[in-house]
Design a protein around this ligand. Sequence first.
Ligand code: HEC
Length: 129
Amino acid sequence: MRMTGTGRKPGVTLAAVACGLFVLGANAAWAADAANGKKVFEVCTGCHDGTARAVGPNLRGVYGRQSGSLADYKYSPAMKRSNLVWDDKNLHEYIANPRAKVKASNMSFRGVRDDKSIDDLVEFLKDYK
Ligand code: HEC
């Protein structure tokens, strides 16, 4: 079976790039970019969609929250014991390599490799409520 509608993609991508450049121009050039972070976040929403049947805990309001602290989510013992506050540093390290930061964490995710993407993602999470 062939996918249809792929012909539209280049145009959409170009528009997104142009839009991104505009946003970049409007703000300080290399500051963390929450709009880009929102796009990076799409790799997380498969497990963190904010619903009760999601694989992962709800990340709304996660910035500044104590790790493993949502009453209605069944965390791994490792996450419950981790005793972290999800600030810039801890989020950055966890997103870069979840199992290095919280050993035996249930989050089966290889992590995001690129530092700039992680900074943007953390910037986005600050306002994700
Ligand atoms: C394959 C599914 C999956 C993906 C993809 C995923 N996560 Fe998770 N995440 C989990 C699970 C499961 C947990 C709970 C871990 C535990 O209890 O050990 C978790 C926990 C977390 C926590 C701790 C939350 C808390 O309440 O303490 C943060 C922060 C987090 N994830 C961020 C992210 C971010 C950011 C991304 C995208 C870059 C992401 N996750 C991608 C499944 C996932």
